[in-house]
Design a binder for this molecule. Structure first.
Ligand SMILES: C[C@H](N)C(=O)N[C@@H](Cc1c[nH]cn1)C(=O)O
Length: 496
């Protein structure tokens, strides 16, 4: 007979007997160095999914992940998910998705852990204090690109299974893994794989666990929503080649001027999205949500200090949390073709491509956003009466995801966090996107719970990303009462 969902949701805490639990903790404590070494090996692989030149590294990352799971005796597959089309029509092989299974006992529940091992780009010269691909321990913090997002959390779940195996303890649930290599660019190809394997790999899955997010503060958290993301390219093309600005400036209508002009119409200085229809689609903030946000601990001064700003868009907590999690926003990321090297080149670029994204929320829809943005930018551009050509493309259209924080999965999560940390978790949302979350839910019909493992100050996507000492210290102070233990312990499932 299957255990009821509530106590069986979490691998360790909710089902392990006290003696088993302390054995697991001891095992984890005494294997810290191995865990850090495993993370070091993974961080050393530049598995940047956005850089086509790094694709061989990404393939190697998927193979390394599969190999680790194979060595543990899992039933592992590297699933071919086809190719992606690059601008210009070039086809590039997508990294295979790693699936694995441990245990196949029909009397047990089956949890599926989803994670990703691709990373955002990082270069030392971006302002990193250490080599981003050489995991570096500074005062107990482990610095490296992808350390927090999402390599260490993925390893944490793998090591949890491995701890059970090493101790000859029976896993309380069957465990499956789905680990992909394209999350940072919108999970290309994974949607098709999920649809194809809905009635096979996913058929016996009871629920899905994702640890690809972070706490909000020093308070443990459970995440019940993520924003979606629509990512756009806006290309303005003019003269057939770059021109000398002294020789041609003043006679030519410059693509960059057109582009900056239209970009400036996307959002007002006080954060109001100016694209017609976007704000109207957003589900209104309910009184209940307002009250939940009001009760969440969030230190605005600390938040400002962490990112080094003196002023934010809003000054009160509820507005800030609401605009971080459940209202859309526009961010402009960069302009391809623009001169950005050091020095004073005086060129007029002939073709420039802006990259911007709109984080979206319920009840927005990517297909609608695509039309709204394209129509709006073309109408703004038309008013400029420019001879240049504008092309707008949406390259990522990931939907937002929202769960019911009162669902039994979340009740189980609350119980587990309370048992480990001795306090109730904050119920939070995530401003970032886990592109596949909504698709998982819609296609498989399975419940999802997000158990954040990252700390509030891990700095994913930024310079000096790390697995933070702070979380471990909290963890240790609340759980192990032993400040000597390395922070990587946090990433080992006994905390849940
Ligand atoms: C939350 C997760 N760790 C993450 O950072 N996801 C990325 C995914 C994405 C969205 N658009 C393109 N990639 C993110 O939110 O930026």
């Amino acid at each position: 007979m299957k255990l009821p969902v509530l106590p069986s949701i979490l691998l360790v805490i909710s089902t392990a007997h006290a003696f088993q639990y302390s054995e697991l903790v001891q095992y984890v404590d005494s294997h810290q160095e191995e865990y850090v070494e495993a993370l070091r090996e993974w961080v050393a692989i530049e598995s940047d999914s956005s850089n086509v030149l790094k694709r061989p590294d990404l393939h190697r990352m998927m193979e390394t992940t599969a190999q680790k799971l194979r060595q543990m005796g899992g039933t592992v597959e590297l699933v071919d998910i086809g190719e992606q089309e690059l601008p210009g029509g070039i086809m590039l092989t997508l990294p295979k998705v790693v699936t694995a299974r441990f245990g196949n006992d029909p009397s047990k529940h089956t949890v599926c852990v989803y994670g990703h091992v691709d990373i955002q780009p990082a270069k030392l010269e971006d302002g990193w204090a250490t080599d981003p691909y050489n995991l570096t321990d500074i005062n107990g913090n482990l610095y490296g690109r992808g350390a927090s997002d999402n390599k260490a959390p993925v390893l944490a779940w793998i090591h949890a299974v491995e701890a059970y195996q090493a101790l000859n303890m029976e896993l309380p649930v069957n465990v499956k893994f789905v680990i992909e290599g394209m999350e940072e660019t919108g999970s290309n190809g994974l949607d098709t794989m999920i649809m194809t394997q809905k009635d096979t790999f996913f058929s016996d899955v009871d629920y899905i666990i994702i640890s690809d997010c972070g706490w909000l503060s020093r308070q443990p958290a459970l995440t019940y929503g993520t924003r979606g993301n629509c990512y756009f390219l806006a290309e303005v093309e003019g003269p057939k080649q770059d021109l000398h600005s002294g020789a041609y400036g003043g006679t030519v209508i410059e693509p960059m001027t057109d582009l900056i002009g239209i970009l400036d119409t996307l959002i007002s200085p006080n954060g109001k999205i100016l694209i017609p229809g976007i704000r109207e689609a957003v589900a209104p903030l309910s009184d209940e949500e307002w009250k939940m946000y009001q009760d969440i601990q969030f230190d605005i001064d600390n938040y400002k200090k962490k990112i080094g700003v003196s002023q934010l868009m809003y000054s009160n907590k509820v507005d800030l949390l609401a605009h971080m999690w459940r209202y859309p926003t526009v961010s402009i990321h960069g302009i391809e073709g623009a001169f950005s090297d050091p020095g004073t080149k005086t060129v007029i670029p002939s073709k420039v491509t802006a990259k911007f994204s709109i984080r979206q929320v319920p009840n927005m829809d990517p297909a609608m956003v695509k039309r709204q943005v394209s129509d709006y930018l073309h109408s703004v551009f038309a008013k400029r009466k420019s001879p240049n050509k504008l092309k707008v493309t949406m390259v990522i259209g990931a939907k937002p995801w929202l769960a019911d924080p009162q669902h039994p999965l979340y009740e189980a999560g609350k119980t587990a966090v309370k048992r480990v940390f001795g306090m109730d978790p904050d119920l939070i949302r995530e401003g970032a996107t886990i592109p596949i979350a909504r698709m998982f839910q819609d296609v498989t019909g399975k419940g999802i719970i997000m158990l954040p493992i990252g700390a509030f100050d891990d700095g994913p996507h930024s310079q000096n990303e790390k697995m933070s000492q702070f979380v471990s210290t909290t963890h240790l102070s609340l759980f192990h009462k032993d400040f000597q233990i390395k922070p990587y312990k946090l990433m080992n499932v006994p905390i849940y």
